[in-house]
Design a protein around this ligand. Structure first.
Ligand code: SAH
Length: 248
């Protein structure tokens, strides 16, 4: 055990400074140090869950984006001091901004590419949408709670994210007008994978969704649609998300 930990510390010790060399200068502000600590905490969690997620590190593009997006802009003022802690934080209306490690993992699982279009269900603070917007061509994001949706839309505009289109609606039915999507990410837990979302996923596309209810273990689930349209699912990790609401 001791050895495992020291090897892990060694790997993290080597990897994190290297990462900072490449990304540390990208976005310098008074939170830079805290963001670096957040990256180190994410990397720690990746090591701790390496067996389940089947990898020792997340994509460099994803980690770079986590290092550059100002998470403190997406939390309520009362949570500013905790903005870069590796845990979920309340954003009002009983909702949360997800834990940084989970945001990074879900983004990595989508395998985002610069030519892609992604649909998010559950805009919340807009943080996950902002991360995705740096990695793909266009993000569409749906939020069911009107004041949250309005606030995050204003925030994303103010911060200059110009490739995110938002909508206030029940995301169960997806957003057929812009379908099909290369990727779909759902950030609230639901008992089953909504068929409309499966339908709106491109052949070769990926969906990441927490499946389960408040009373069961929820699993972060990867849904893949192959080039012939066949669906396969894989449970990645037990997680805890706020419930998917609405009329389904
Ligand atoms: N991705 C968000 C996480 C927000 S928590 C972020 O980065 O901050 C999950 C969000 O999903 C909540 O804001 C909740 O209101 C929203 N949600 C729950 N059920 C929904 C539904 N049926 N349609 C759209 N959004 C929903």
């Amino acid at each position: 055990m001791r050895n495992t930990i020291s090897i892990k510390r060694f790997i993290v010790g080597c990897f994190v400074p290297l990462l900072f060399l490449s990304v540390g200068v990208a976005y310098a502000d008074k939170y830079t140090k805290q963001r670096q600590q957040m990256i180190a905490a994410i990397q720690d969690d990746v090591q701790d869950t390496a067996k389940q997620i089947n990898k020792n590190s997340l994509s460099q593009a994803v980690m770079h984006t986590m290092m550059t997006v100002p998470r403190h802009e997406f939390v309520p003022e009362s949570q500013l001091d905790a903005a870069y802690e590796n845990r979920p934080l309340p954003i009002g209306y009983g909702q949360t901004i997800s834990q940084p490690y989970i945001v990074a993992l879900m983004t990595d699982l989508l395998q985002p590419r610069p030519d892609q279009r992604v649909l998010e269900i559950g805009t919340g603070s807009g943080y996950q949408a902002a991360i995705l917007s740096k990695l793909v061509a266009q993000v569409y994001s749906i939020e069911i709670i009107e004041p949250l949706g309005k606030a995050s839309t204003q925030r994303l505009t103010r911060l200059g994210y110009d490739n995110i289109e938002t909508r206030i609606a029940d995301g169960y039915d997806g957003w057929p007008q812009h379908a099909p999507y290369d990727g779909i990410i759902v950030t609230a837990a639901i008992s089953h994978i909504p068929p409309p979302l499966v339908k709106q996923l491109k052949n070769g596309g990926r969906m990441v969704i927490p499946v389960g209810t408040r009373f069961q273990t929820q699993y972060l689930t990867l849904v893949e649609k192959d080039n012939n349209g066949a669906i396969s699912t894989r449970q990645i990790l037990p997680v805890i998300f706020v419930p998917f609401t609405g009329g389904h």
